[in-house]
Write a protein that binds this ligand. Structure first.
Ligand code: SF4
Length: 381
């Protein structure tokens, strides 16, 4: 039988100063005057439509993602948070994360965001090397990244993440390790560490830069991981490292197949409805202008019940990226299915050395972790 899992709120803020050549997110160059105040109004209207689906359920965390949410002023973020608080029940001390990019912070200092209710910041640094940042088409340089960290600290926002990428155009092993060392010296509570990949529909896809080969990328990942471990960080997901107790609550809930409301252009939401024995997937229209026009009527790009075979895949997909692995006892309440529906596939994965069982936990082995795509593929519908 399905039960309601923890609930978080994701808010998509879609504009950036310019589009980075590697980016396949739903982000759009802001132009001169993006309609930010109207966008905030539309977000609150969008949330109103969701309320009947989540009545009375407390929200654990709020995540402002993008795009570049720090293009919105602290006053706009504050107005949004007041509206959210008026409509939803929040758990005591919810985690409220704002994604921010160095080079976009002139309008408001981090202190204003903190006063508006933000208590965690995710800073899109990507690299501390000026040549690497130029190759990535970023609008900031090393000094601006370091100044942004300084500004976080003076605002008392100690709970922050640094986003870094590795295997960058022309990057050597030492460059990747140096980036991680500089990030550690900034004393973040969390570090996201991603390999640059070339995605379809990006400028890099049309004109690919020369990237380090797979072996060098693997060496970088290993060497950076050693530095992070030595500095007291714990890898809790393939790309996520944190100091103990500072895992990102919204992301962790998403990875554990929890529920999340998603509002804003292109946002995805997943809501469990035990009374109907259904898991609903709700996706907004992708383009900001189309989404803003659709909000009044509540029209969505997709609103459907997730089929049982898909629920199995979704349940395993992200949890197999977690070091902790999968809690077997959560399978039935989160998917509404009996363990027997996957038992044979799990035994097969154990037999192949991809998974190992420890009491209630099913963990990827080192092999299963390294070849996570193969491990996940076992649970494809
Ligand atoms: S700043 Fe981030 S979201 Fe915006 S275009 Fe660059 S990578 Fe994409």
């Amino acid at each position: 039988m399905l039960e309601t899992p923890p609930l978080t709120l994701y808010v998509h803020l879609p504009w950036c100063r310019s589009k980075c050549p590697y980016c396949d997110f739903n982000s759009h160059a802001a132009g001169d005057d993006p309609p930010m105040d109207s966008y905030v109004d539309a977000l609150l209207k969008d949330l109103e439509h969701e309320l009947p689906l989540v009545w009375g359920r407390p929200v654990q965390a709020i995540f402002f993602g993008g795009g570049t949410p720090s293009l919105f002023s602290a006053a706009q973020i504050g107005r949004l948070l007041s509206g959210v608080r008026a409509m939803l029940t929040l758990e005591p001390n919810p985690e409220v994360t704002l994604e921010a990019n160095p080079g976009t912070l002139e309008r408001d200092s981090f202190k204003s965001y903190r006063d508006a209710g933000v208590n965690r910041v995710s800073l899109g640094v990507q690299s501390f090397s000026d040549p690497a940042l130029q190759a990535l088409g970023r609008i900031h340089g090393r000094d601006e990244a370091l100044r942004a960290v300084e500004s976080l600290r003076s605002a008392g926002l100690e709970n922050f993440n640094i986003d870094l990428m590795f295997a960058l155009p022309g990057q050597a092993l030492e460059g990747a390790v140096e980036d991680v060392r500089t990030a550690i010296a900034c004393r973040p509570a969390h570090l996201s560490h991603y390999q640059l990949t070339i995605e379809p529909n990006t400028a890099f896809h049309a004109q690919p830069p020369a990237l380090p080969d797979a072996d060098l990328a693997w060496e970088m990942q290993e060497a950076c991981g050693e530095s992070l471990e030595a500095a007291g960080f714990r890898q809790y997901e393939i790309s996520a490292w944190s100091r103990p107790g500072h895992e990102c609550r919204h992301n962790l809930n998403y990875w554990r197949y929890g529920d999340f409301i998603g509002i804003g252009a292109g946002a995805h939401g997943k809501i469990t409805m035990p009374a109907e024995q259904a898991v609903r997937r709700r996706i907004r229209l992708r383009h900001p202008a189309s989404w803003m026009q659709s909000v009044e009527s509540g029209r969505l790009a997709e609103d459907r019940s997730v089929e049982p075979a898909e629920r199995i895949f979704e349940f395993f997909l992200n949890q197999l990226r977690l070091r902790q692995g999968v809690r077997i006892s959560q399978f039935e309440p989160r998917t509404g299915l009996l363990w027997g529906a996957v038992a044979e596939r799990v035994e097969d994965a154990i037999h192949k050395g991809l998974l190992a069982r420890e009491g209630d936990l099913l963990r990827p082995t080192e092999l299963g972790w390294r070849f996570s795509n193969d491990t996940q593929a076992i649970f494809l519908p």
